[in-house]
Design a protein around this ligand. Structure first.
Ligand SMILES: *[C@@H]1O[C@H](CO)[C@@H](O)[C@H](O)[C@H]1NC(C)=O
Ligand SMILES: *[C@@H]1O[C@H](CO)[C@@H](O)[C@H](O)[C@H]1NC(C)=O
Length: 304
């Protein structure tokens, strides 16, 4: 390994360790916010999904379909067309268009925000996967390489939106907001289920050239998200110990859910800790090198 790459990896792992230490004191309770701010917070994830799915399926992003939705925010860094098989290509293309609809629904209901700077480069995903497995993968994980790599990278994404929506609904004040978020949640959950079911079909297949199966990768990613979130187990891989399976009776775990098979919920700070990859809602990084947009994300950024 080149010395610079090694050094970067070392710094990355050290900062991750540090953030995990601070993460143990993470705040897991509710936050105060208006409906509008809570729903606009979700735009951060919807922008990410739109860009990642559109680039993956088409090789171009939101600006090629609905440029005004970005409100002048910069285009994402590093999006690429993924080498997808025809079935998954169709599915991801549909998901991409669905995200455009979600953006429109939110913007017309509560108003939009500037698209935050997103970094969806292969290198950023490689760093996330290195952090998940706990060492530097060689060759670096490339989300755009093929269908399985892309689905594993996607496993990182709608689920976080889904648990965020589950966490948001109980805190919303009015019926318009609740109705919008419930409907967003329905489709996010569907996308997550499709991605997980496709991965489950190949759960025991090795992801070459790494010495790990698809299920191993999902377990590592879920563990990383639990660590970064700092609020216990709210994320589970595809094959789990019985005590995490439905009714303790199965180790298959096509959907991630709690002991009563109800969806887990996350607060905005938990989501920021995860998507920044730093374990801290105050410290941007990863897919959001300059942090998220909207009042909630900015509230924490202001304190750095
Ligand atoms: C309900 O919340 C939405 C935003 O979610 C807002 O646009 C609307 O004005 C609110 N309605 C009332 C009656 O407060
Ligand atoms: C499953 O096991 C856990 C302990 O690991 C226990 O708390 C829970 O009640 C069990 N669920 C059922 C349905 O038996």
């Amino acid at each position: 390994m080149a010395p610079i790459a090694f050094f970067t990896a070392l710094i990355f792992m050290l900062s991750l360790k540090l953030s995990l230490v601070t993460g143990s004191a993470a705040y897991c309770g509710p936050i105060e916010a208006t409906d509008r701010d809570r729903i606009q917070f979700a735009l951060n994830l919807e922008f990410l999904e739109a860009e990642f799915f559109l680039y993956g399926a088409l090789g171009r992003g939101l600006d090629s379909i609905a440029p005004s939705f970005a409100q002048g925010g910069p285009p994402p860094i590093g999006g690429e067309k993924a080498n997808l098989d025809p079935l998954v290509g169709r599915i991801i293309e549909e998901f991409g268009y669905q995200e455009v609809g979600h953006l429109r629904a939110i913007i017309t209901t509560v108003g939009g925000i500037r698209r935050p700077q997103l970094d969806i480069s292969a290198q950023t995903f490689a760093e996330i996967f290195d952090a998940a497995v706990g060492y530097k993968l060689s060759p670096p994980f490339d989300p755009y390489l093929d269908t399985v790599h892309y689905l594993l990278a996607s496993y990182v994404i709608p689920y976080v939106g889904l648990v965020g929506y589950v966490g948001t609904i109980p805190d919303l004040y009015n019926a318009t907001s609740k109705s919008l978020v419930a409907s967003l949640l329905g489709v996010e959950a569907g996308q997550d289920a499709v991605i997980r079911a496709l991965l489950y079909e190949v759960a025991n297949t090795p992801v070459l050239p790494y010495d790990m199966t698809v299920a191993d990768f999902t377990n590592h990613i879920s563990e990383l998200r639990n660590k970064l979130g700092g609020c216990g187990i709210k994320d589970e891989g595809l094959i789990v110990p019985l005590f995490l399976g439905a009714e303790n009776r199965t180790d298959s775990n096509i959907l991630s859910a709690n002991p009563n098979s109800l969806s887990y919920a996350r607060t905005p700070p938990e989501i920021l800790r995860i998507v920044y990859g730093t374990g801290s809602e105050y410290k941007p990084g990863g897919i959001y090198p300059r942090g998220g947009g909207g009042n909630i994300a900015k509230r924490f950024l202001a304190k750095t």
